[in-house]
Design a protein. Structure first.
Length: 188
């Protein structure tokens, strides 16, 4: 019985050391390494298999593919780390309340991921993305009449929102690819 317990312990130790020795980065992702002696390393690990020091270094993968930030009434706000939001309530230039739904396409700048991890952390969605999108969408809505937003100038509003989000997110390492408004309705 002791011999089988010893084999089991050796298996766990071997898996920890060998498994902790490698970092597998799949396509569409990059990885950053936190070194207990030097902090977050500036080098980004691209797709492939990489070595790291077990117990001394921790690797974290980040998705660099295009991400959909969906603003929809079907979104569940209880999951604070989920990429999306409930409809954004805004007040227009003519003091009308509207609800805005849509999709924002974005991705992380792979070269700036060590800085994102170092300065913002892993939970950048509830810290940076969600509050910024809410604020900037409301700001743009406040510059236009409700009728213009709802029907007439939707494409111009999308471009204006994209430019405003790019201005804020670029310094943080987040690239905005497009803003697509799907539904704009009267608010409550």
């Amino acid at each position: 019985m002791t011999e089988s317990l010893d084999k089991l312990m050796y298996t766990f130790v071997l898996e920890d050391i060998v498994g902790g020795l490698f970092v597998h980065v799949p396509p569409g992702y990059v990885a950053c390494v936190f070194d207990r002696g030097r902090g977050v390393l500036k080098k980004v690990l691209t797709p492939g298999l990489h070595l790291k020091i077990p117990f001394w270094q921790k690797a974290l993968r980040f998705n660099t593919q295009t991400l959909e930030y969906t603003i929809s009434r079907n979104f569940n706000l209880e999951n604070v780390k989920a990429l999306g939001d409930a409809p954004i309530n805004a007040v227009t230039l003519d003091h009308k309340s509207i609800n805005i739904e849509g999709t924002i396409l974005m991705r992380l700048n792979a070269d700036q991921i060590p800085t994102i991890w170092q300065t913002i952390g892993e939970d950048f969605i509830p810290k940076i993305i969600r509050p910024t999108i809410r604020s900037r969408v409301r700001l743009i809505a406040s510059r236009h009449d409700a009728n213009a937003i709802i029907s007439l100038e939707r494409d111009k509003i999308e471009v204006e929102m994209k430019q405003e989000l790019e201005r804020i997110f670029a310094a943080r390492g987040i690239l905005v690819e497009n803003v697509l408004l799907s539904e704009i309705g009267q608010g409550k």
